[in-house]
Design a protein around this ligand. Sequence first.
Ligand code: UDH
Ligand code: NGS
Length: 285
Amino acid sequence: NKLRKRVSLDQDENLPKCPEIPPDLGPLDIKFAYNMSLLKIISQNPNLQPGGHSRPKYCTALQKIAIIIPFRNRESHLRTWLYYMHPFLQQQQADYGVYVVEQTEDTLFNRAKLMNVGYSVAIKDYNYTCFIFTDVDIIPMDGRNLFRCSDNPRHMANSVDKFNFKLPYNDIFGGIVAFTKEQFIKVNGFSNVFWGWGGEDDELFQRVVAMGMKVERPDQTIARSKMISHKRDPGNESTGKSFHLIKKAHERLHKDGLNSLIYTIISITSHKLYTKITVDIGNGE
Ligand code: UDH
Ligand code: NGS
């Protein structure tokens, strides 16, 4: 159903603006112990609109947020993400939609290109102002970690349990990043040429710097997050080509990214909890 309707949520224009800091946010108890059922998650989120959209009832949100998740063969991680993140985002009074971008071919995974596809589809859906690109396996442990955009691109996975809640290196830009529409266009999105594991996030960091922006990060205590531990996925091996590509980021960014993105949509489906974009992004040859 490529002709699926765009998001149309009726909005009362007379509602007051939502507060900068939503009320009643604090630490969350995150456990990955049980297998979540989709039906249970659906019944726990009665206010969602088809395609995994929601907006606050009694105020107008300050940003319109598209959440983009690169995906292949991680169903149980996705259920966990949906279970925790829908209530998290609604508690933050977010006006948001969730886009799961699935690579259809079983050739090498390309996380960055899937992010670009997610952006390109979401931007046609609704007047989103903020794009949060997140892995499916990281869950914030505190509601005060606002999933929002800022004056500069933000790195939000700066305090992950796997790294002992510290940055493993200064320029790390993996896991979760947030860009306004303008910021993402300015860097021409992600590179499309990172096939297999590693480096696409470091390359995006270099794009941000090359375009004269800084990376912002939330407070490391509030940003504490849990990662679901897992083995390296088959089809996501490292090719060892990343370092060479990262060095040339400032040159390539003008010709490799949103302005050179080629893909074939297989389907766009509105599920109750998310919009699933299945896409053929080629195989890098
Ligand atoms: N992803 C998929 N399917 C895949 C590969 C990646 O959905 O087959 C997505 C998913 O959203 C994931 C993200 O891409 O969270 C990043 O994937 P990754 O494998 O690069 O990320 P992560 O850092 O794992 O989670 C790296 C390998 C860890 C091996 C550790 C062994 N102890
Ligand atoms: C670096 C990778 C990044 C990755 C980071 C953390 O080495 O893409 O490790 O990875 N850079 C290159 O490969 C050039 S993690 O430990 O989370 O799997 O994000």
